[in-house]
Ligand binder design. Structure first.
Ligand code: SF4
Ligand code: SF4
Length: 440
């Protein structure tokens, strides 16, 4: 029976990690549904982007107040979780503060964790006020109603509670250390929780131990729960921001990629040596132009969708959204993820095979009105703190509308017809191009 807590802890740990790895596999499988994309080369630049943008948070501080608060939460979360290593070892081996032999360095670590935990609590409270009291416009867009709003708040509550458990555990531990209770050897520095420990004065030793153990169990259970919650939440970005910034677009900003098939066709048209009546290559697969569903997007675009933090910085910079159009680049990313998840569930339910469900990203999630509202200004891509490119999805879906459905707005269709027939956007014959010079 003495080993019961260790066995329960080991089972909890295995279950938590197992569920998490199951969901990681699903994310990977879903991303693989996209088209392969060539991300070879530019390796130093890619690493640099990842360290600068994901680890260094350089794009977050463009807006200093939320940027600094976010860095506190981020650093706090990463560093305090170093302490999880000790909790895991203690839980498995039945020890208490196994790293306490590090002496002064251990005290420095625990002290730093406590200060960070306190700062995280303050930052999380301010984030909550921004979301719920100050009601910033970008948190009020229609796509944020329902689950996205709840998710944003839930993350803040979980982080707040986790830090509170951590400080309660330390405060009770500190009190037990002061009382020279066996097993609670004097170790660590408690610059924050020492101010909570007077709350336990006058309590029995068994009562304080019960509080310390309860906070310890709830803290580690909460961490394992949070790990598994990530899959269902926008908080997935704490992991995916790294690969996303690594595989992010390299090259001139706002540059559009030409479709290979179209480029080939134009070259053939321009090459006088080519026989225009030659039979087409019968083996060549008929290529679909543009994207109408998530399987037509590439893998980096799908990774983008999973990485979106729903911060709305893109939407708050989008001229179309600011001027009241229906388009929100954040919604483009949220819709892409929702549809991808739907496709993933379809595959799970049909033994690994996607069964057409009569739905697609275009129309069922993203409307043509949203797509045509885009000015292609690239502001959303510039604003994104984790290198997401909503514009590329918009352009791929527009390509589908134009090239597969001839469904461009009439003004655009006229212009494209004129370019095709007259070599210019205007409805005049090429022979008349210089007529203006003859006008009196
Ligand atoms: S590129 Fe389009 S979606 Fe992005 S900010 Fe500009 S108008 Fe908005
Ligand atoms: S695309 Fe980028 S800027 Fe826009 S909501 Fe997602 S993470 Fe934020």
């Amino acid at each position: 029976m003495a080993y019961l807590p260790n066995i329960i802890f080991a089972m909890l740990l295995v279950a938590g990690v197992w569920f998490f790895s199951k969901n990681v596999k699903k994310i990977y499988r879903n991303i693989q549904l996209g088209k392969a994309v060539d991300t070879a080369g530019h390796t130093p630049q890619r690493w640099n982007n990842m360290f600068r943008i994901a680890l260094g948070q350089t794009k977050m501080v463009v807006r200093p107040i939320p940027g600094i608060l976010h860095i506190i939460v981020y650093v706090g979360f990463i560093i305090i979780n170093l302490e999880v290593l000790e909790i895991i070892l203690d839980g498995l081996l039945g020890t208490h503060r196994i790293f306490s032999f590090l002496g002064g360095f251990y005290s420095f670590l625990i002290g730093s964790f406590e200060i960070l935990a306190f700062l995280v609590i303050v930052a999380v409270a301010l984030f909550w006020v921004r979301r719920n009291i100050l009601k910033l416009r970008r948190f009020l867009n229609p796509e944020m109603a329902g689950w996205p709003k709840k998710d944003g708040n839930l993350i803040l509550y979980i982080e707040f509670i986790l830090m509170l458990f951590f400080l309660t555990m330390n405060a009770a531990d500190y009190q037990l250390q002061q009382m020279d209770v066996a097993h609670y050897t004097k170790a660590g520095a408690f610059p924050v929780s020492q101010f909570l420990s007077p709350l336990f004065q006058g309590m029995s030793i068994s009562g304080i131990i019960a509080i310390e153990r309860t906070a310890w169990w709830l803290h580690i259970t909460g961490i394992l729960f949070f790990l598994n919650y990530l899959y269902y939440s926008k908080h997935l970005h704490i992991l995916l921001a790294f690969p996303n910034t690594y595989f992010g677009k390299i090259g001139p900003k706002g540059k559009f990629d030409n479709l290979d098939a179209v480029t080939k066709e134009v070259r053939l048209m321009m090459d006088p040596g080519v026989d225009p009546y030659a039979a087409p290559d019968g083996d060549a697969a008929i290529e679909k132009f543009g994207a109408s569903d998530v399987m037509d997007l590439d893998r980096v675009q799908l990774l983008n969708a999973y990485t979106c933090t729903e911060c709305g910085r893109c939407t708050s910079e989008c001229p179309a959204n600011i001027t009241g159009k229906k388009l929100s680049p954040r919604k483009i990313m949220m819709d892409t993820r929702d549809r991808l998840e739907e496709v993933g569930r379809n595959i799970d339910a049909n033994k690994g095979k996607f069964v057409p469900d009569g739905k697609q990203l275009l129309g069922d999630y993203i409307t043509a009105e949203e797509l045509w509202a885009c000015t292609t200004c690239n502001a959303c891509v510039e604003a994104c703190p984790v290198s997401i490119d909503p514009l590329s999805i918009i352009m791929d879906m527009r390509q589908y509308l134009v090239m597969e459905q001839s469904a461009a707005p009439s003004d655009l269709n006229n212009m494209m017809g004129n370019i095709e027939n007259n070599g210019a956007p205007w409805p005049f014959n090429q022979m008349d191009r210089l007529n203006w010079s003859k006008e009196p």
